[in-house]
Every structure is written in C-alpha cells, then in structure tokens.
Write a new protein. Structure first.
Length: 76
C-alpha cells in the first residue's frame, strides 16, 4: 500500500479528532495538549522528545520531497 502526504494528514486528523473528544477543545488546543502529553509519555519511557521530534521533522521534509509538497486544503 502506498501512503502519501494526504493519507498521513488524514490519519493524524482522525487521531486528533479522537483526542479532541476527550479534551473537549478546538483542534489547536487538542493538538497542543496531545503534544504535551506525548512529552509526558516520552518521560515515562525514557525517550528524548526533542531527538524524536528532530527525526520526525527530517522525515516530514523527506516526505514533502517524495510526494511533491504538502497536501493542499482542497484535497481534504
């Protein structure tokens, strides 16, 4: 199965929608809360959030190159 940036964004949206139902905020608030909670998770697991985030940013940039840039709002 081929996964493109739209698929990645849609998976993230569905995950964030589920989280938003718990925190009962708008999407930006839910995203901030989720990122903070992921930091807590990294603390518990002995993971370096900044290191993981740096790797994630590199992966994001690579995916942009591979898929011709970010998905556009009209694709949603």
């Amino acid at each position: 199965m081929t996964v493109n940036n739209y698929d990645r964004a849609d998976f993230a949206r569905r995950t964030l929608e589920a989280y938003r139902r718990i925190v009962r905020g708008d999407m930006e608030t839910a995203l901030g809360d989720l990122l903070g909670d992921l930091r807590h998770y990294c603390d518990l697991q002995g993971l370096d959030f900044a290191k993981v985030n740096k790797r994630a940013h590199h992966m994001y940039l690579t995916e942009l190159e591979e898929d011709g840039g970010p998905c556009q709002p009209e694709e949603y």
